[in-house]
Design a protein around this ligand. Sequence first.
Ligand code: SF4
Length: 209
Amino acid sequence: MRTMLVRVKDTFDLNPERIIADTAYGSGPMLGWLVDRKIAPHIPVIDKAGRTDGTWSRADFEWDAENNQYICPEGEALKQFRRNYSDPDRGPTGKGVAKYQALKLTCQACPSKPKCCPNADARKITREEHEDARQVARDIAKTDQYAVSMRLRKKVEMLFAHLKRILGLGRLRLRGPNGANDEFLLAATAQILRKLAKIFPAPQQMRNA
Ligand code: SF4
């Protein structure tokens, strides 16, 4: 995807406003790359932070960017650093993944501990690199425009599935990029003709009385 977008930009000076894709494209680095270029990712986020045991997952915690901390559902702060380091290179920087932790004493006295961190002294949360971009994608996923995008994506995917299964393009017969281009062009033309035939059916022959 990156190669195609760079080529389109270099060749036609086109920068799409948004990209619609499936979860395979929802990794942090991919989303970060798109958001850096002001391309809205209409892509489901790959999120492995979800929990299956019924306890609160990262999505239940609010991100407070200004203070570089998460706020838990009980309103307590989970911080990366508990002290100010005069030298920014000191302290647990954890490049790539940052860890945030609540105070042990606070969690021990918290009534929601069984829902939050039943097996730990205090709740910890990790924040991956590109989390801001991931949040952009999550926020987009709540919009009406995203629902439209997903419908469009399915429409296109159905066409590709049809090309592969019905028109037999799972394997190409002609060799090289030109051969592939010819085959795809013919197949796409056949698809469009098929669609047109459905929209404008041939006039019925009048039967002789
Ligand atoms: S256990 Fe700790 S982090 Fe979890 S809700 Fe309570 S105070 Fe907040």
